[in-house]
Design a protein around this ligand. Sequence first.
Ligand code: NAG
Ligand code: NAG
Ligand code: NAG
Ligand code: NAG
Ligand code: NAG
Ligand code: NAG
Length: 487
Amino acid sequence: MRFKRLHVYVISLIITGCIVINVVIIDKHTDGTEMEKDRVATLYDRKGHHLRQIRLLQERETTVGPESDQPPHGVQQNKISDTLVRNEKPSIEHRIDVIPEQALLRGKLRKLKSYLTIGIPSVKRQGDMVYLYDTVNSLLRASSDAEKNDFVIVIYLAQQDQEWIQEVLLKIDELFPTEIESGVIQVISSSAKIYYDFTYLIRTFNDSAERVHWRTKQNLDYAFLFKYCENLSTYYINIEDDVIPAKGFFNSIKSFIGRQSVDWFCLDFSSIGFIGKLFHSSDLDLISHYLILFSYFQPADNLIDYMKKITTQFKDIRHKPSLFQHRGVVSSLRDKKQLIIDKSFKDQIAVSQKKYVIENPKASIETDMIAYDHYVPNSPYLVGNDLFWAYNITKGNYYKIIFEKPVNLTKIYINTGHEKKPHDILHHGEVKIGTSDLKCNRTESVADFHEKFTLDESIPNNITCLVIEVKEDQKEWLIIREIALFH
Ligand SMILES: *[C@@H]1O[C@H](CO)[C@@H](O)[C@H](O)[C@H]1NC(C)=O
Ligand SMILES: *[C@@H]1O[C@H](CO)[C@@H](O)[C@H](O)[C@H]1NC(C)=O
Ligand SMILES: *[C@@H]1O[C@H](CO)[C@@H](O)[C@H](O)[C@H]1NC(C)=O
Ligand SMILES: *[C@@H]1O[C@H](CO)[C@@H](O)[C@H](O)[C@H]1NC(C)=O
Ligand SMILES: *[C@@H]1O[C@H](CO)[C@@H](O)[C@H](O)[C@H]1NC(C)=O
Ligand SMILES: *[C@@H]1O[C@H](CO)[C@@H](O)[C@H](O)[C@H]1NC(C)=O
């Protein structure tokens, strides 16, 4: 043997009752050189039971024998090909430090601690489907003035794109001047320094390089956001920039926290991913550090799930019904289309002024009408109270709903206009139905319509698409308020 293997115990830190022992394994060669071979973090619960061992360096050896420095004959040293560059990956010392005054772009730091911080990381998405404003708006709308004094909404613009940041800031200034002034809304950004070199990441779960990159960045973004928020309030809840809160969500959260009788690490207010996860703000520093350390292994929601167990919360503590509903159609990961509806979100009626609360068949929406602002075409079709608002309405304009697979409908309901904008209805329209192909180029007229459309008999079977067509130019704008397809 040409070297002596040393095990150096570097740090042992206590995580709320859980012990982590980090061991650095160093090979000391006869010529005096030392080489770090691995780092192993071993986690024990408070009774000293072994929970899990995590290897932090990637030079895993296939050799099984004790401390052999030669791979067995004929076996290639099994280095994972896309290993991290040694000096670039996060080490146990790696932390993200945040100076709140520097991170803050809009809003102000309040003198008194609030009860709750609502953290919303946001990145640029493909297309102009900006749900962020609507999410913030619905958080504010679902709360009373007194409640607003007790929480802070932190919007983290997690993208190094100054043009985009300025664009969002302009919009936020325009929409929420009083909330910026009072410090209910704080908008922050980070420098690119919080990221390490992503060139060599391990493709765990056989995820594509792009996806690994995306979720690693996301972990570091959370780490930054959590650090910023650590002193703002007693509790912290994470949501995303495309959710709908239930009415009175703040009081529901407060009373749920009050009802807990045992120690907890995380409370769940939604069953989807990293939405509606609530922590003690005093844990945020630790969570931030933990997410950095394991940033390239797994997505944040998995990591948090493990951390829950590490901190000896072995069961989920979930508020039912969900208080946050996801409505994203275009995910922030390019090309990853998703339409996730949280099944336990029961409070739709409370936030929705639509007539019906139903989940329409899966479909894609195509239109040649120009959306005003964030009133995007998908809105009337999705759960939630949003609408599509378009201008320059001319004869021949269409709004196509193309189903993922043929459907049988029992009732079709379409409503246009809004009580606040009674003129923005469809004045001369027509509904057409296609049954022959999934491209929607052959359709048959069903009926003309003015403002509202209801049909609950003689609906053809195997419908592949449904089209709302404009029959005459109109100078008024058009609001499509609601589309409900019963199936
Ligand atoms: C990993 O992904 C690639 C490409 O997506 C696929 O061809 C391969 O079969 C996958 N391997 C495993 C073990 O799933
Ligand atoms: C939070 O408060 C602690 C203790 O005063 C301080 O060390 C830390 O830097 C603060 N964090 C932030 C992000 O301001
Ligand atoms: C309105 O639509 C017509 C026809 O689609 C187009 O020619 C015209 O440029 C549009 N006007 C504006 C202001 O977008
Ligand atoms: C619609 O109903 C017809 C008649 O009951 C049936 O043959 C057909 O399979 C149904 N189509 C779908 C998409 O469910
Ligand atoms: C429908 O449209 C597609 C693509 O736009 C085209 O390839 C196809 O030939 C069209 N089919 C009919 C029946 O017009
Ligand atoms: C609808 O599709 C089903 C098969 O999915 C078929 O058996 C049935 O005849 C179709 N009905 C009509 C009206 O086209």
